[in-house]
Write a protein that binds this ligand. Structure first.
Ligand code: AMP
Length: 573
């Protein structure tokens, strides 16, 4: 802590300042993209099932798509939805929208019609880009009228594949080619490209323009659109590149495995924007299926692999029975959720790579900190703040007060990657943007060298008989058991203690165990108050679109169960 002064009873301290980034680097995403196209023109940029596009190809196609979008009316501030599984269309449309001055709104292609409608209306999306796959097209088309969409730009998915429909059907088994309506609202990809060259150019976006509305809060609260500016997103790329170079990645030489969905901010920044900035080849995988993924790794020999813990765990598990060579992988970042120590260690042993855990949020574009890729790294830490980023640990009861090293508190972040606010939600924005810092809702502490350790999320905290129980302590302890593959701990209603912990566990195949055995195992590792009142074994646990274990569904189930039980009690009273 560098300086302190009194502030109305709360001791306030200035956080250590971070080194500054160079001002001469690109500060909008089209600048990042155009520079990559110039620098790496003849190098492969995209691989989709073996079909490849060079940087020059992607640059030319993106410019043509941008012209088509301008003809459709896209310009400054126009919201264009991207509702696509990972594919060359994801990359080309993302940059084309930005080049035409528009704002990208990312959609999960597996949304229900209701979810689509809500996000279209909230964000003011007027044009939606989507594939001709019924499972994705159907829900959007069903609400297009009600949502007031002006255009649906429909991309022929199989045309991007080297072997046509066969692969498409293998990938999306239960889906079929959509019967796309033929009316003035629908614009096919070929029609989008076919118009006369646009004479009207759009002014280049400015660093402070909103590049992206990224919806978040889906696992806990009402989804809100985080407004990420060009400077936020380009800034996060600039903050990450020295770290990746330090980890041994070389410009124009790497292959990046992009299996996490590009509509999620982690993949968007690390597997797309950063990858393009480094002149890497992006291997696009539209769906996470373990056999497909292993075959893709064997074929493309990726060198850099950003993913979430559940994907690393799935590969570890598959490697127990499949004969896979994963040794091309040199560097990995795990993000989005806590990485169980043995999952990381096992993956490193299988591949010989360096797997470092990173931390971030949608609201911070997303990367905040990463564990160094060298000997300095700390087990269990999410690392050191990126360049130009300051992490503050504040007293949850007196947010003006900074906590000393080792003490737990709420994590606040400052840096160029912090969002401009939530779209049309000033009250929510001022809740989380406090004196220019992002209030994360995460509890953590820093060690004396500045390494950040996360304890849990404040909103996941279980208040059990007046004690704070962090579900993560229970989860980490259960992960130490060899039979436990996945675990989620939540608070459930408890008539006596207010809330009690409950753990849901998925077991590894071939490792039978019982809740009582797990409880006995836990009794040596956690306190009595943390001991789950119930341990339920399930064959699978809910996950979010990016593959994070999700608490929302389990909490809803337990609430419903508690509500029904209360109703039954009242009925029989
Ligand atoms: P989202 O905005 O949906 O990506 O979620 C951000 C949240 O994910 C953060 O506030 C953290 O609670 C959690 N998170 C991200 N990275 C990690 C990590 N490495 N370990 C633990 N939690 C994480």
């Amino acid at each position: 802590m560098s300086a302190t002064h009194d502030d109305g009873g709360c001791r306030q301290a200035a956080a250590p300042s971070a080194p500054r980034l160079s001002a001469s680097e690109p500060n909008t995403l089209p600048e990042v993209f155009d520079r990559a196209v110039r620098r790496f023109a003849d190098r492969p940029a995209l691989d989709f099932f073996g079909r490849k596009w060079t940087y020059r190809d992607v640059g030319e196609l993106t410019d043509r798509v941008a012209e088509g979008l301008i003809r459709l009316g896209v310009g400054h501030g126009v919201k264009v939805g991207l509702c696509l599984p990972n594919s060359p269309y994801s990359v080309v449309f993302y940059f084309a929208i930005l080049k035409s001055g528009g704002t990208v709104v990312n959609y999960n292609p597996l949304y229900t019609p209701r979810e689509c409608l809500a996000q279209i209306l909230d964000s003011d999306t007027t044009i939606m880009v989507l594939p001709d796959i019924e499972r994705v097209y159907g829900p959007v088309a069903a609400v297009a009228d009600e949502a007031g969409l002006r255009h649906l730009v429909v991309c022929p998915f199989a045309d991007a594949l080297p072997f046509g429909r066969g692969v498409l059907y293998r990938l999306f088994k239960r889906t079929e080619k959509a019967r796309v309506h033929d009316d003035a609202r629908h614009v096919s990809f070929s029609k989008l490209l076919s118009g006369r060259s646009a004479t009207q150019r759009r002014p280049a976006p400015r660093p402070d323009d909103v590049a992206l509305l990224q919806y978040t809060g889906g696992t806990t609260g009402v989804p809100k659109g985080a407004m990420l500016t060009h400077a936020n997103l380009a800034g996060n790329v600039r903050q990450l590149s020295p770290l990746m170079q330090g980890g041994g990645l070389r410009d124009g030489q790497e292959r990046v495995l992009a299996v996490i969905p590009l509509f999620h901010v982690f993949a968007m920044t690390v597997a797309m924007n950063l990858a393009l900035d480094m002149g890497a080849q992006i291997v696009l995988v539209p769906q996470f299926k373990i056999e497909e993924l292993l075959a893709t790794i064997a074929r493309t020999k990726p060198t850099f692999f950003p993913a979430v813990p559940t994907i690393f765990a799935a590969i570890n598990k598959a490697a127990e029975t499949a004969d896979v060579d994963l040794r091309s992988i040199r560097l990995c970042i795990s993000g989005g959720a806590p990485l169980p120590a043995e999952v990381g260690a096992r993956f490193e042993a299988l591949t010989g790579c360096r797997l470092s855990e990173g931390y971030g949020l949608t609201e911070s574009s997303p990367v905040v900190s990463v564990n160094p890729f060298d000997a300095r790294r700390r087990a269990g830490s999410v690392g050191l703040p990126l360049v130009d980023t300051t992490i503050e640990i504040r007293d949850p009861n007196c947010s003006d007060r900074l906590m000393p090293a080792g003490a737990k508190g709420e994590v606040y972040i400052r840096g160029p990657q912090i969002m401009a606010g939530y779209w049309r939600r000033p009250a929510d924005s001022s809740e989380v943007l406090v004196d220019g810092a992002l209030r994360t809702g995460d509890v953590g502490y820093r060690d004396p060298e500045g390494f950040l350790f996360l304890v849990d999320r404040i909103k996941d905290l279980i208040i059990c008989g007046g004690y704070n129980v962090y579900p993560r302590q229970i989860e980490d302890a259960l992960y130490e058991h060899e039979a436990v593959e996945e675990v989620v701990a939540i608070g459930i209603p408890d008539a006596y203690r207010g809330e009690s912990p409950k753990a849901f566990v998925k077991l590894r195949a071939g490792f039978p165990t019982t809740p009582d055995e797990l409880r006995a195992f836990l009794s040596e590792r956690i306190s009595k108050i943390e001991m789950p009142r119930e341990i339920e074994i399930r064959t699978s646990l809910p996950k979010t679109a990016v593959g994070k274990l999700s608490k929302k569904e389990l909490i809803a189930e337990e609430r419903e169960r508690a509500g029904l039980a209360a109703m039954n009690r009242r009925a029989s009273a």
